[in-house]
Write a protein that binds this ligand. Structure first.
Ligand SMILES: [Ca+2]
Ligand SMILES: [Ca+2]
Length: 179
């Protein structure tokens, strides 16, 4: 019954959202070297700030959403192989205001340690005060810093049980959240 409800909710999402939700959140199983977190691509023009706000209100399988954090080469590789995006994709990295440029003060929205990085050549360049993070699928997932108010067509959301939701809504509410 629960499964049927999710299918219905997902069908509504697919029909109603302005962009296209590419299927269901997919798990990176611990049995395959993963973290058991789920990942989901939202397709539709959105700024980093709006995407960040909305992601935190999403829940999947009881797990809380947030802009994805890519904290290892393994996580980056799994995402590239399993999450289809065709342009710059928002993830949950940001640079605190006033940090030393070009690469000081970067953090994850979850406060996970900022250790693994995957900057493309010449990045971060702080062009036009860029202080939010995208990965570029056409460049093997390498990263660039871009301004928070740019509109990207792809957002990667991660779900796990360590995050704290500021507000909890059902996953089917994604339509309203990402409008
Ligand atoms: Ca992560
Ligand atoms: Ca840049």
């Amino acid at each position: 019954m629960r499964r049927i409800r999710w299918w219905l909710a997902a069908a509504l999402v697919l029909i109603c959202i302005p962009g296209l939700a590419l299927g269901f959140p997919k798990q990176w199983p611990a049995g395959e070297g993963g973290n058991d977190h789920y990942y989901f691509v939202y397709v539709g023009e959105i700024s980093w700030t709006d995407a960040d706000d909305a992601a935190q209100t999403l829940v999947w399988q009881g797990l809380t959403g947030y802009l994805a954090t890519i904290t290892s080469p393994e996580e980056q590789a799994w995402i590239l192989e399993n999450m289809v995006t065709m342009g710059d994709t928002w993830i949950g990295g940001y640079q605190v205001q006033g940090a030393e440029e070009p690469d000081g003060g970067w953090r994850w929205v979850t406060d996970e340690a900022w250790q693994y990085t995957n900057w493309a050549d010449g990045q971060p360049d702080n062009d036009a005060e860029a202080n939010r993070l995208v990965y570029m699928p056409e460049m093997d997932g390498m990263w660039a810093d871009v301004p928070a108010d740019l509109l990207m067509n792809y957002t990667l959301i991660e779900f796990d049980d360590d995050a704290v939701a500021t507000e909890v809504t059902s996953f089917s509410a994604v339509k309203a959240l990402y409008r």
